[in-house]
Write a protein that binds this ligand. Sequence first.
Ligand SMILES: Cc1cc2nc3c(=O)[nH]c(=O)nc-3n(C[C@H](O)[C@H](O)[C@H](O)COP(=O)(O)OP(=O)(O)OC[C@H]3O[C@@H](n4cnc5c(N)ncnc54)[C@H](O)[C@@H]3O)c2cc1C
Length: 466
Amino acid sequence: MSDHPRTITLPAVQLPVLETDVLVAGAGTAGCIAAIAAARQGASVILVEKTPVPGGTYTNGGIGANSFYAMSTDPSAAKRVVGGLPYELSQRLMEQTGATGYYPTPNDPHHSPYRFVADHEIYKGVISQMLLEAGVTVLLQTICFAVLTEDRNISAALIANKDGCSAIAAKQYIDASGDGDLARFAGLEQIDMWQDYHTVSGGSTGLVFGMAGVDIDRMVKENPQGAVKLSSAELDVPGMCAEQYAFTTMKDPERYQAISALEMRPFTSMSSIHKGEMTYINNSKGVDCDATKALDYSTAELKMRVKIMQFANALKTTVPGFEESYINWAAIQLGVRASKITICDHMISLDEITSATRFEDEIGLFGFEDLMNYKHPECEIKDPGFYGFPYRMLLPKGCDNLLMAGRCVTTDIKAHMSTRNVPGCQVMGQGAGVAAALCAKKDCTTRELSYPVLRDALLAQGVILE
Ligand SMILES: Cc1cc2nc3c(=O)[nH]c(=O)nc-3n(C[C@H](O)[C@H](O)[C@H](O)COP(=O)(O)OP(=O)(O)OC[C@H]3O[C@@H](n4cnc5c(N)ncnc54)[C@H](O)[C@@H]3O)c2cc1C
């Protein structure tokens, strides 16, 4: 579509301009936290999101937040390394009985000592409440489609919504679009990562959905080979349970045929957080696509809508316990693991992660690595089981008033399998939000910001740095 030779020239138009200290593009996992952090730091903030709901991939079935703790085989000895806004959000989800809480998973093959699973509907409510409380101006169903640049700065971002087109002139910009859209529109250097995801996670996309009416006890009892319980916990949260299954159809020829005929991965991870409901069915093999290309992404979305319908039917007809089940929700948009990665001043590597590297300009800590590391022991983080996120990893080369946050950083695919996880994206979001607010206030570029000032502000927002 983009190769179409015919073009038209628009007449010069005058656009209304909204002024703000900080513009955040993308109200996903990282973007919401970035916007709240910047607003709490005293900045005026506009948050722009193309879908009708804040929350992004986490709300769309990002499932378990991996992980607030350092890697450890002994949950009681594990250190919590993620604090600040991500932790506050988790507490508020629990207060609304919208999450399992942190439950120990001593047998977790990733050595993540605790698992935390949120309810997607409650998450939408809690994150909306936090955005409103912080005074963030949120524009939903609004897409950012271009930026204007002057030298090494973005001078305005162009948006479209029901009001038509307008411009937002901010002092600082945060690209939390997941796809690095602002950086791409600004012509900054990027690489494609989506093709690489076939080698590590079955594919670059996934459409998560849930089924109600499932007899889970029967599923486990009558599928001794098919369903393996990975974890379960007694919870003190009304109406909630916490069960995680690895479901493989490989060992049963009939099921294998039924599922593989759909070109779905014959392995699925499932989590149940409400009784009788398989809340999150994550058949990881999505349709590979470049999520920054409209037609590719749209076609993949349509194909996945068909696939989950067929997959649910295959579960109903071949898996004991699913006979009376039905799809009761599905993500509002296709989940993307990676698309375009923006080249930043520092690109964190697998070696730095597994060596538990610490940096002199850290904006937070993280302790999860997921390359199915029980099969790849070289991917485990050495003691003490966590590493640092340097501020430099958020700074795209060639631009002085833009910060990147979320799944759009880090060119090393094996490192990306760590950084892209929910709390990792949130930690980057808080770092970017606080830094952008400080730069706006001090009228300095992202590279001129004093690290001791940033560190003090992060600590004051509850970020764990030691
Ligand atoms: C199927 C699947 C399962 C997963 N399971 C887990 C799991 O169990 N545990 C875990 O920790 N992680 C999991 N992840 C990874 C994790 O959920 C994501 O990497 C993380 O949520 C990404 O956060 P983000 O903020 O970078 O991007 P997103 O949450 O994707 O947010 C980007 C937001 O920007 C919006 N946007 C994009 N372009 C524009 C634009 N031009 N203008 C305006 N808005 C725009 C999007 O609509 C979206 O809301 C999973 C991912 C997938 C796809």
